[in-house]
Design a protein around this ligand. Sequence first.
Ligand code: SAM
Length: 291
Amino acid sequence: GREEVSSPKRTKEIIARHGFSFKKSLGQNFLIDRNILDKIVGAAELTKEDGALEIGPGIGALTERLADQAGAVTAVEIDRRLIPILEEVLAPHPHVKVRNDDVLKVDLKALFEEDFASVQGVSVVANLPYYVTTPILMKLLEEKLPLKNIVVMIQKEVAERMAASPGGKDYGSLSIAVQYYSEPELICTVPHTVFIPQPNVESAVIRLKVRETPPVEVQDEQHFFGVVQASFTQRRKTIANNLKARYFAKEGRERLEELLAEAGIEPSRRGETLSLEEFARLSDVLLAAGV
Ligand code: SAM
């Protein structure tokens, strides 16, 4: 049969024939390495009973792989210039739907109902545009969509922050947000050479196994994430100093220390040492005290 879209030769041929020029502002770095595609698709563990949502299909290198593995594929691409290319490349795969849209503006609940009614589970599989990695992932997680896995290529540094454990320099509010909704696992790091054009940052593939229920129970999720944010406002400050600035501007330090004691947290600790369980307890104690 035909060479894969990701082969450097075919990628260059498609780009040249359509007169396509890369837009840096859209994070356009296309994959030209079949081994990396194997790893991404393998980590997604798709079956024909599954749907796959791809964000940013580019010219379809990953999309054609997903078409082989999944029962239904939807690819959301913001760049109108890529739509005719995708229609051509994906013509042999009628169960692939391409949508010309900004994923941050799409009503994902409606998209799921429309495109994935006939499949059992849905996973997101993508080589993400790096300038919007965090907003895209937080949208996917916060909307509590019925997702199995999220397998994405992202900046290595962001992947490390998402998967970080308490105590290290990478651990922060992003780690906590991601780990509240999912179990992250680094799959592999990826060299610059597998893309055209090559990005300036290092990349990694990460899998987020989406949780059915959060690992900790909190009275109020919004309050919980507020406390987490506040605790990392100034990384080098203690938890007591960060919370004082945010919640105890008027009330005394004494009251704050009482509540920290009630939550079992030493005031001299830094946010980066607190586990998810400790943040959950702290949020509930503060909330019960009307803070
Ligand atoms: N999947 C292709 C591959 O691996 O070769 C392309 C990946 S490229 C890193 C990111 C893609 O996301 C580009 O095609 C870009 O146009 C698209 N994109 C950027 N911002 C987007 C957005 N907000 N919504 C949907 N697609 C977007």
